[in-house]
Design a protein around this ligand. Structure first.
Ligand SMILES: NC(=O)c1ccc[n+]([C@@H]2O[C@H](COP(=O)([O-])OP(=O)(O)OC[C@H]3O[C@@H](n4cnc5c(N)ncnc54)[C@H](OP(=O)(O)O)[C@@H]3O)[C@@H](O)[C@H]2O)c1
Length: 305
């Protein structure tokens, strides 16, 4: 099987594996969240060439970074084999944030710096490869964000920066305040959620040559457990193409992302090592243009105009 290649997200940007392993659902793993179980998934990824791991401060109610960090503490040599993406800016009420009453965003300089420093501590690492502003904040001052990025960069705590869920204009605005390029915009995109194809997000990624990371590539699992008409048609299309090519339906789905010229980097959400292995097989699938449009058509519920 082809090993998962790496990809540079932007000019002088970080080199991530072309599939990233997402840690949002680590705490939901039915097998558990022990360092041994997390290590099993990290080692499965590394074996396949998946060396990049996507976090956010708040995943698992602010506990998943720490659990991942405990695994790193149990095997410090992992630090040299992995690249870490994390995010900041969402303030979520809950047992681990007793001072917060209302869910809100905070992209102040002080919060960004404190959150990144806390992520370093929790993850047990010396540097974050890529830090993303998790969501566009209506109260954000781009100059403050730029100042936080500059400080973290000068101190060597964060090597690269990006955004998540930003519109094209929000991305361009933040970029205008920085003297280095943003590395990515991590976005929601899949055959059941096609907005980025028409709202300018992927046009901008191509224009700036900045590769988007893609979250919820299986629509949170809905693509493989569909209830709606489009989802049912989509799964049938994936199964038919998989049968034709002697592959798994998820490999067809991930190959659909890989074919887009913007250089999409899907972030895997499965807790199942077998499904991580299967996803890596997408690099052995090639889709024709017509097959790509067949999948788009099934997800959209109709053909292109
Ligand atoms: N930037 C953001 O705002 C944002 C938002 C959401 C997520 N993210 C990132 O994106 C990552 C991926 O998102 P996600 O977890 O929603 O990904 P996803 O793959 O769309 O959803 C994962 C869910 O789908 C199921 N699933 C995956 N592959 C399957 C298959 N082949 N057959 C049946 N079920 C399958 C998984 O169950 P099993 O575990 O049983 O396989 C899991 O419950 C997250 O971990 C996080 O790092 C970022």
């Amino acid at each position: 099987m082809t090993s998962v290649p790496s990809i540079s997200l932007s000019q002088n940007g970080p080199s991530l594996s072309r599939l990233v392993y997402g840690c949002w659902r680590l705490h939901e793993d039915p097998v558990g969240v022990s360092p041994q179980r997390i290590l099993e998934k990290i080692e499965t990824c590394l074996e396949l060439g998946i060396h990049s791991f996507d976090h956010a401060d708040l995943y698992g109610e602010y506990s998943n970074e720490r659990k991942f960090g405990e695994t790193i503490r149990s095997k410090p040599s992992l630090r040299d084999s992995i690249t870490i993406v994390t995010k900041c800016g969402i303030q979520l009420p809950g047992a681990n944030r007793p001072g917060i009453r209302t869910k809100h965003y905070d992209t102040s300089r002080a919060h960004i710096v404190a959150s990144a420093e806390n992520s370093l501590k929790n993850l047990n690492i010396q540097k974050i490869d890529l830090l993303l502003i998790h969501r566009p904040d209506p109260l954000s001052d781009p100059d403050e964000i730029a100042s936080a990025f500059a400080k973290l960069r000068e101190e060597g705590k964060v090597l690269h920066f990006g955004t998540s869920n930003f519109s094209g204009s929000q991305f361009r605005l933040l970029q205008s305040r920085l003297d280095f390029p943003l590395s990515t915009n991590q976005i929601q995109f899949n055959p059941l959620y096609l907005d980025p194809l028409s709202d300018g997000t992927l046009d901008q990624a191509l224009e700036l040559r900045v590769k988007p990371m893609v979250w919820s590539p299986t629509a949170g699992g809905k693509i493989f457990n569909p209830r709606e008409k489009n989802g049912i048609a989509l799964l049938k299309t994936l199964i038919d193409l998989a049968g034709k090519k002697g592959k798994n339906p998820d490999q067809i789905l991930y190959a659909w992302f890989l074919k887009h010229p913007s250089g999409l980097v899907p972030v895997l959400g499965t807790n199942d090592p077998g499904r991580i292995r299967s996803a890596a097989g997408a690099f052995d699938v090639s889709l024709t243009r017509e097959e790509w449009f067949e999948i788009r058509e099934a997800g959209a519920g109709g053909p292109v105009p």
